[in-house]
Design a protein around this ligand. Structure first.
Ligand SMILES: [Zn+2]
Length: 441
């Protein structure tokens, strides 16, 4: 039976960044049943495999709180352009050429890269989502998938209906993949569309995932058009009454803070902000205020590979905190524990009983090998991970107790096959060029 394993002699990094052990971690049917002092002896299921983790660290898996996984097929296609050209001249015209098969290939490549980096769950926002659901199920990674709805597109009602159908189908299975409602953004979805999306999410008992206040201009435009910020537009259609993942939100205003609650999560992707010159925003300032810290829950996303190029939330959390220190002019803020908290935050948004190495939690675990040239000597394992580590330090990745990466190699996906297919997509896109986009930035 799968999902039974004994991880022996691992030091543990808990959700709060504290270090314990060495310990033996017993996993049964995908769930952590016991964590005992190494060698203390624990009753092991005869089918369980014993894995030596001596000298290594076991932590909860990483969560990518916002990505567009299929956009790996566009990695490097739109570099050094303004945000307007990035959308209007490159990405949206090329996206109009994608087929469901392309979306599957792109998602598979993304999942490969994420597993390789220690990601055990990702939040996705894209179209042809049925293919992304299948790719995630086939690869055995956890996922929370929001089919993108463009309210300005004439077929938005069909897109919403299809989202609802997919959510009923997928969520009913109670597996590792879930579906939520994904209106694209307040600037591409008028308030009546947003309201309908929120109502459907409420009926389904799911949340929404939406881009909001990514740039100062989006906030200015919203104030001109509606007399309200994008966050206030969302609040007024009832969005904050369901769980929310806000992609970016870095230009949130002081007044917006009171609209947030503990089911609102921000997914930050600073590599994208740096590349598209989106500015620092206000989030750093507000996160440093004690009163508002409780309301601002920040996790790491990567956005798509067309803007961020890589899909490792560790790189994004690292950049976010470094930029925070730089922006605030204070080297003591955005410290290691804060950065680790940003890496772990996505588990709370996921709500699938993941996010700690302790009895009762799902066994979504990364085994870190920090005895490598880029991380030794290890005075502080959190510092080694937060400031130095990358995929090469991720020895094993387990999702629900099943190895998805093992001994430094992703075993869930045939990379050669995916790379072959991705090359074919690239050749076709270059041959056809961009098509007609349905929306404009
Ligand atoms: Zn995005």
């Amino acid at each position: 039976m799968s999902g039974n394993v004994l991880l022996k002699d691992a030091r543990i990094i808990r959700k709060d960044g504290s270090i314990e052990g060495p310990s033996d971690i017993l996993v049964e049917s995908g769930v952590i049943r016991a964590v005992v002092k190494a060698g203390a002896g624990v009753q092991v299921n005869p089918e369980a495999e014993t894995i030596d983790c001596s000298g290594c660290f076991a932590s909860p898996g990483l969560v990518n709180l916002h990505t567009h996984s299929p956009m790996t097929v566009f990695r490097g296609i739109a570099e050094d352009v303004s945000i307007e050209d990035w959308f209007n001249a490159k990405i949206w015209p090329y996206e109009s050429r994608l087929t469901p098969a392309d979306v599957r290939v792109g998602a598979m490549l993304a999942i490969y890269e994420m597993l390789d980096s220690g990601v055990t769950a990702f939040f996705d926002h894209y179209f042809f989502s049925r293919e992304i659901v299948r790719a995630a199920e086939d690869a055995g990674i956890r996922a929370d998938i929001a089919p993108t709805i463009f309210g300005a597109a004439p077929n938005w009602k069909d897109a919403l209906r299809e989202s609802v159908r997919l959510a009923e189908e997928v969520n009913g299975k109670n597996g590792r993949v879930r579906v939520r409602i994904g209106p694209h953004a307040p600037y591409t979805c008028p308030p009546d569309v947003l309201k309908t999306c929120v109502e459907e999410a409420r009926n389904l008992g799911v949340g929404i995932h939406i881009h909001v206040s990514e740039t100062a201009k989006q906030v200015e435009d919203s104030l001109k058009l509606y007399g309200k910020t994008p966050f206030k537009v969302l609040y007024d259609v009832g969005a904050m009454e369901v769980p929310c993942v806000f992609a970016h939100g870095i230009w949130i205003t002081e007044d917006d803070l009171s609209l947030l609650n503990d089911r609102c999560f921000f997914a930050v992707a600073p590599k994208t902000y740096l590349k598209l010159a989106a500015g620092f925003g206000n989030l750093y300032r507000f996160m440093s205020k004690p009163a508002s810290v409780r309301r601002i829950h920040v996790g790491a996303g990567t956005d798509g590979a067309a803007s961020s190029n890589t899909l490792n939330p560790l790189e994004q959390a690292r950049l976010f905190s470094l930029l925070g220190k730089h922006h605030m002019g204070d080297a003591t803020c955005f410290d290691l524990n804060t950065t680790w908290g940003i890496l772990m935050k996505g588990h709370e948004a996921l709500g699938q009983n993941t996010g700690d190495v302790a009895p009762g939690f799902a066994a979504d675990i990364v085994i870190w090998d920090l005895k490598q040239g880029n991380t030794v000597p290890v005075y502080d394992p959190l510092a080694a991970i937060v400031y130095s580590a990358d995929g090469r330090n991720v020895r094993d990745v387990l999702v629900a107790g099943e190895f998805r990466k093992r001994g430094g190699k992703v075993i869930a996906i045939d990379l050669d096959e995916v790379m072959r297919d991705v090359e074919l997509v690239k050749e076709r896109l270059l041959r056809e060029g961009g098509g007609q986009a349905v929306v404009r930035y």
